[in-house]
Design a protein around this ligand. Structure first.
Ligand code: IFM
Length: 449
């Protein structure tokens, strides 16, 4: 088998997010988040699962860091819950919340694991949603206030920051498709929310630079191919709109300082209320970042569907595609393509893979093992695809598997397992899956076979 070696100092890690793993939602002064509220409404989440206990990481973080160390992880990406630090979103700081993250960072560093922090991974304080959430023009300023506290308290030890995780999901799935908190169905609100997230991102990056904070800062975007189901004109145009909706609306303001004109025209023609796109906002949004982080799962195919306002497309994959759970096709060549696109079309020259992984219905077998060969195969395919992109000149500095643990997979609850470590949600027993051992071996060799 061919051995493909990665650059020296390549960063290998895993990723998680606060609401998906911490639990302890009412402990030590944590305030209510939009996800607590969303989960409390029957029917929003499969089996009405909630993040109340999740992986109980809040209490078990030492054991969890020890497990990462055992697997040889070089880095760990996690997010800070705004509601632990500012229970009402603004105002008084909850020292116990800060303490938790500070202790976690210390534990990681003493285990030789580099912390990578995401400032916002979707768990907005409910108190801020009550005043309009991200659609409120004051939100960018509130996000800055929160971020400053985190930088002040953790920045002496944490050197890698991501402002937002997948703003597409937080804005569009949360405010338009309603499949995520806060569960709204209004396109104009979603566009405005996405815009304010970006202005907030810009303010935070500016503050980071002006205060000469040590380290690097970027953003984590989910960019994935949207391919025409057939080559006829209608589906080609539908694929372009789908790409505009998911990808171009998010990468172009960051790298070009402008929103895609065809999408602006489309939205206007459909009566969507758009933000003003002020020059000074666009300058903020497009400040140079130290890196752009890519979350890649799979490409999807699309075809025209005139009944779907305002974008007029639906997802429809070719028949008999190899798939993970949830009918996500396995498209590792799309991963290479997206990385090449980032470099060639958008000039991005500093990339982390902040998420990549697969959901399967894993079970612990009679020998106490989780033999997740399909996930090993998925990860191997994607790591090879990543290596190919690096060989073709894309500067990728690190890769984080989603996820360390099976965890609360948002509207899918606990049914969708992404971990390389299995969690028994009844007992909280952690069992390293075959994929966990496979990944550990890959890290030790800094190479994939
Ligand atoms: O679990 C999520 C994560 O929070 C954001 N990116 C996609 C993952 C899998 O759906």
């Amino acid at each position: 088998m061919e051995k493909r070696t990665f650059p020296k100092d390549f960063v290998w890690g895993t990723a998680t997010a606060s609401y998906q793993i911490e639990g302890a939602v009412r402990e030590d002064g944590r305030g209510e988040s939009i996800w607590d509220r969303y989960c409390s409404i029957p029917g929003n989440v499969r089996r009405n699962d909630t993040g109340e206990v999740a992986c109980d990481h809040y209490h078990r973080y030492k054991e969890d860091v020890a497990l990462m160390k055992q697997l040889g992880m070089k880095a760990y990406r996690f997010s800070v819950a705004w509601t632990r630090i500012l229970p009402k979103g603004r105002g008084e700081i909850n020292e116990k919340g800060i303490r938790f993250y500070s202790d976690l960072v210390d534990e990681l560093l003493s285990a030789g694991i580099e912390p990578y922090i995401t400032l916002y991974h979707w768990d907005l304080p409910q108190a801020l949603q009550d005043i309009g959430g991200w659609a409120n023009p004051e939100m960018p300023g509130y996000f800055l206030e929160f971020s400053r506290i985190v930088f002040d308290r953790l920045g002496d030890r944490v050197k890698h920051w991501m402002t937002l995780n997948e703003p597409y999901c937080a804005a569009f799935l949360g405010n338009y498709e309603g499949r995520m908190a806060p569960g709204l169905h209004d396109f104009s609100t979603a566009v405005l929310a996405a815009y304010h997230m970006y202005v907030g991102h810009g303010l935070v990056v500016k503050d980071f630079r002006e205060n000469h904070r040590e380290g690097e800062i970027g953003i984590a975007l989910n960019l994935m191919g949207r391919l025409p189901l057939t080559q006829d004109e209608k589906n080609l145009a539908a694929a372009k709109r789908a790409d505009g909706y998911l990808n171009r609306w998010f990468i172009e303001p960051i790298v070009k300082g402008e929103y895609p004109k065809d999408m602006i025209e489309l939205y206007r023609s459909k009566g969507v209320v758009l933000p003003e796109f002020r020059k000074e906002d666009l300058a903020l949004i497009s400040q140079k970042l130290d890196f752009i982080a890519l979350n890649y799962y799979n490409d999807f195919w699309v075809k025209e569907d005139k009944s779907r306002w305002p974008l007029e497309f639906v997802i429809e994959n070719p028949p008999h595609m190899p798939e993970t759970d949830r009918s996500w096709p396995i498209t590792e060549e799309g991963f290479t393509n997206m990385l090449l696109r980032m470099k060639n079309e958008y000039g991005v020259d500093n990339i982390f893979i902040s998420e990549n992984g697969a959901s399967y219905h894993d079970v612990v077998n009679m020998e106490g093992k989780v033999v997740d060969n399909a996930r090993c195969d998925f990860l191997r395919r994607h790591v090879i695809a990543l290596h190919k992109a690096i060989q073709e000149g894309v500067n990728v500095r690190g890769y984080f598997v989603w996820s360390l643990y099976d965890n609360f997979e948002w509207a899918e609850g606990y049914d969708s397992r992404f971990g390389i470590v299995h969690i028994d949600f009844g007992t909280q027993k952690r069992t390293i899956k075959e994929s966990g051992y496979w990944y550990s071996n890959l890290i030790a060799q800094n190479a994939v076979e």
